[in-house]
Design a protein around this ligand. Sequence first.
Ligand code: NAP
Ligand code: ZN
Length: 360
Amino acid sequence: MAQTTPNHKLTVSGWAAHDNSGVISPYTFKRRVNGPDDVSIKILYCGICHTDIHHVKNEWGITMYPVVPGHEITGVITEVGSNVNGFKIGDRVGVGCLAATCLDCEFCKSSQENYCDKVQFTYNGIFWDGSITYGGYSEMLVADHRYVAHIPENLPMDATAPLLCAGITVYAPMIDGKLHESTGMRIGIVGLGGLGHVAIKFGKAFGHHVTVISTSPSKEKEARERLGADDFIISTDPTQMQSKRRTLDFILDTVAAPHSVGPILELLKVKGTLVLVGAPDKPLELPSFPMIFGKRVVKGSMIGGMKETQDMLNFCGTHNITCDIETVTPDKINEALHRLVKNDIKYRFVINIGDTKSSL
Ligand code: NAP
Ligand code: ZN
């Protein structure tokens, strides 16, 4: 569709999946020319989120192929539209999941545009002009400036990229749960991956006691010594899970695959809250008894609004929070996707796009 949209005159090199085999290959496509509300961005880095896997393999059944994934983008502005204030050529910026919203509903008007009913995403979305959106596995992006954030000067562009999705996705429910307004709460993070490892850092920066609930004993030492986790429970060990019943105030579940939430709910104190941010392709079973007996709350959360995204980046700038990354060149994207599926990454792959023009 994008190729036939009249204002799509820019030829851009990137990487796309063409079917649910999930294999990524070089792909040349068109983007719109920079409009009055747009900024153009030379992409330097793009993180590989597990959502990219859900899309390239069509695990959620919504993929429009070819799909150019990538919504953890950092880069430098190369062009600015005439209506744009607050950005100039050369600015270091980031783009996350949002590409378009209605700008008019109660959510758009209250800086919660991520919950707009007309939300369209950075890839596999349909932009205002009818074109399919293509994401950050590419050399440049044209973005409406309302969905672009500034990167604080002290943060590196590579290890900051995953904050644009993983970071805001765990920050927003923590703010919603008022974790920034008190200290000393006992919080749990289920799944120590891209989202989970940033969640530990935010939990510690807010001054809480952080427990990791993981399937991977091999991650314990590092989680405690390097990421600052206070406790580590193996979720597949019923004895460990039983011994920590009713100990946590708030749990964030970041797991990407179907799993049992009953034993996780039992870890919550009475009236504790479980927030689901992981998005498995199959529904989770929600057992009534742990909810009834503990008056517990289960809710979901999706990324965050742009104001909150900028707040999160500024918070990271102040507290020097970045992601633990392994950088890959674009020719290694398939290898990285494969290793991410196998849970073989501590904790986020980031594609180095800016240095690799010659290999396009
Ligand atoms: P990730 O890096 O793969 O991390 C997920 C972690 O879940 C793994 O590291 C692993 O941690 C654990 N895990 C994996 N398979 C498991 C299984 N079968 N049972 C139990 N635990 C398992 O993924 P991510 O990039 O952090 O994304 C996580 C999920 O969040 C994905 O579904 C993604 O689509 C979703 N997401 C949602 C939003 C939102 O707005 N709500 C935004 C971004 C991403 P351990 O080794 O510690 O067990
Ligand atoms: Zn993501």
